[in-house]
Ligand binder design. Structure first.
Ligand SMILES: Cc1cc2nc3c(=O)[nH]c(=O)nc-3n(C[C@H](O)[C@H](O)[C@H](O)COP(=O)(O)O)c2cc1C
Length: 370
């Protein structure tokens, strides 16, 4: 039997973009950004992205200001607004176990799924920002406890969405003969997860449809893919892989590199250091000391999710080649952030996606001939 995972390298790689629903863009830098966080900017961006060939938009959940993100729109409500403004794009709403309870989340998302013919998906984030939890009076669990709770959250969501008389006895959530009506539209909302530590990877191999990881080189992505594949062979669940990247695509490599330098030169050092300190609550706080941000330098931390490490910085040809290398390493999706979202997403759609598709087609022809 083949799974979607076995076939993945032959499927076109998918593209998602970070929805800038929090202020300040996706870099901790004072460089001027032509990116808005408001509804009007984002509706237009979603339409541009859909037209450009993007499959998904990913919203963020943030309850308090965090290192530049002074204003934050809530992710589920915002996702619905973007779905209402588009016709094909899928929108991934971020959910944070703790503030969210699976009962409410399952019902909210089922309704949005019904309203949008199944274009809503969810990203279960396990959290890194203890100060935020303190501010809203939520208990802050240890690293691996957060993932135990997230796994129960995902099992609860899936159980509620797929079963009548759902019964579940967890340490965090309990259900007795619960039947949700109506259930979500088909296809069921896909379940993504953010996080890359040992606990995150084990959770992915057990319950997630998609595993999102911070930026990295093809080698570091391959190591995570191999690790998950080994676990998946035991569990029978084969998550697809999404990799974060910050894209700077310009007509010349020198131009693109100059933009990167300018972003780093304008970094807000105190905010970057404070963010670096806080995220050590994530990957580095895991028992094995791996995971997101465990090995990030000051420059890496200027982009929230290590997106410079993926090196999608250069000409459209260079970027397309590097996306194919990521795909060879096992990536099924590239999750992308930009400096000036509307114009950069349009440029990416016009100049990079067609090159990626041409390279994929050439590769498929070679594979068929072989
Ligand atoms: C693609 C992606 C999206 C994320 N989105 C959010 C978010 O919206 N809000 C949030 O608090 N954390 C978010 N996170 C952080 C994760 O919840 C998690 O805390 C972090 O990746 C650390 O994981 P680790 O401890 O397994 O290394 C995201 C992470 C990734 C990779």
């Amino acid at each position: 039997m083949t799974s979607h995972f076995d076939n993945a390298p032959r499927e076109p790689i998918r593209f998602a973009y970070w929805v800038p629903n929090v202020s300040g863009g996706l870099v901790i830098s004072k460089i001027p950004q032509r990116t808005g966080w408001d509804a009007e900017y984002n509706r237009k961006l979603a339409q541009i992205a859909e037209e450009a060939g993007f499959d998904y938009g990913l919203t963020q959940i943030r309850f308090t200001a965090g290192y530049g993100a002074e204003y934050q729109h809530e992710s589920v409500a915002f996702s619905h607004a973007l779905l209402a403004a588009t016709t094909r794009l899928k929108v991934i709403a971020a959910l944070l176990p703790g503030p969210w309870h699976p009962t409410l989340a399952a019902k909210q998302i089922a309704t949005i799924s019904q309203l949008t013919e199944g274009r809503i998906a969810v990203n279960i984030v396990s959290g890194w920002f203890s100060g935020e939890f303190r501010a809203i009076g939520e208990p802050w669990l240890d690293h691996d406890e957060r993932y135990r709770r997230s796994e129960e959250f995902i099992r609860s969501l899936r159980g509620i969405w797929t079963q009548d008389n759902f019964t579940f006895r967890g340490d965090f959530y309990r259900y007795s003969d619960y039947t949700l009506k109506p259930k979500p539209a088909q296809p069921l909302p896909e379940i993504f997860q953010g996080g890359s530590s040992r606990a995150a990877r084990d959770m992915a191999a057990r319950v997630s449809d998609w595993y999102f990881t911070n930026g990295g080189t093809p080698e570091t992505i391959r190591a995570q893919v191999d690790d998950i594949r080994a676990k998946s062979a035991e569990t029978g669940n084969h998550p697809r892989i999404g990799v974060n990247a910050f894209v700077i695509a310009r007509d010349s490599e020198a131009e693109a590199r100059a933009v990167l330098q300018e972003i780093i030169d304008h970094a807000d050092p105190d905010a970057v250091k404070a963010f670096g300190h806080e995220v050590k609550n994530a990957g580095k706080a895991s028992p094995e000391g791996e995971g997101n941000w465990a090995k990030s330098s000051f420059e890496d931390l200027v982009q929230y999710n290590d997106g410079f490490k993926t090196n999608l910085i250069g000409t459209p040809d260079q970027i397309a080649e590097r996306i194919l290398a990521l795909k060879d390493a096992g990536a099924d999706l590239a999750l992308l952030a930009f400096l000036h979202f509307q114009e950069d997403v349009a440029y990416f759609g016009a100049h990079v996606i067609p090159r990626v598709r041409a390279l994929e087609a050439a590769r498929d022809r070679r594979a068929e001939a072989a």
